[in-house]
Design a protein around this ligand. Sequence first.
Ligand code: SF4
Length: 323
Amino acid sequence: MAIAQHGLRALLPEGVEVLEGPGCPVCVTPTSDLDRAVKLALGGAIVCTFGDMTRVPGTRVTLAGARAQGADVRVVLSAADAVEVARQNPGRKVVFFAVGFETTAPGTAAVLLDSPPQNLCVLASHKLIPPALSALLSGPPGPIAGFLAPGHVSVVIGARAYRPVAERYGVPIVVAGFEPLDILYAIALVLRQLWEGRAEVENAYGRAVTEEGNLRAQDLLARAFEVADAAWRGIGTIPGSGLRLREELAAHDAGQVLPVEAEEGEERPAGCRCADVLLARAVPSDCPLFRAVCTPLSPVGPCMVGTEGACHVWYRYGGRPEL
Ligand code: SF4
């Protein structure tokens, strides 16, 4: 979003493209998890989640649509807010639909490890970034020559977390901040590595990101979750890319406390190219539905829903601006 908002693509030399990968938490949450949340809400549980998730199309209905049918769906800003909802409603099951990457997962972990109310359970759909980078590189050779690693995720996992990916696939990975100069500096470091034939992890966001990351947050994650395979919307299952609650927290695991079957979900609305966009194989304007049918007010696919979604960003700020 920062790249588009500040028109940075116009400053890049010919032949250098910056594309958005699967970095929007709303976009990558699989339909099956969303359908489970909808079923739980329609079944009488209070479902708490972040605002954008309520507008993502499920197989039949969005969470906002379920709310219009009478379900109790609440927007929260954090897992701690869901705890408060659970405390205020002791006679009801409260489900926190937990999405997001290593940025939001420690907050969920902290709540789970701090004696949460008995009536609170978590539908965990957290995702991990390094396995997604591996997945992007493990298919047939594509156009990806290097990565800008997300600064906020890197604050938690540290720059060192990307080293196995850089070494295995021989790509430069540079941790980037979100200010225009941070991003341009990180792009310059990627280009310098390519020019010099190096494939290393460099940190261009040293004022926030350390080599080892936030050890306390990593400890919380390790105590609350174990790494598991996870489905990514439109992409499929990526090995070791998700987090499931540890067995000792089963009493708060929505999958065990309130098991529901997911729909046989249609992951891709007809014509939607979100999967190609997330895999850096297309830009949003390559999609025939972009602007014509799919808009932020009437999103067809998940990439148009959240303000961080690639299609939403492309709609709002454009692609490569002319100077
Ligand atoms: S413009 Fe809409 S339909 Fe097309 S890829 Fe993006 S989200 Fe999907």
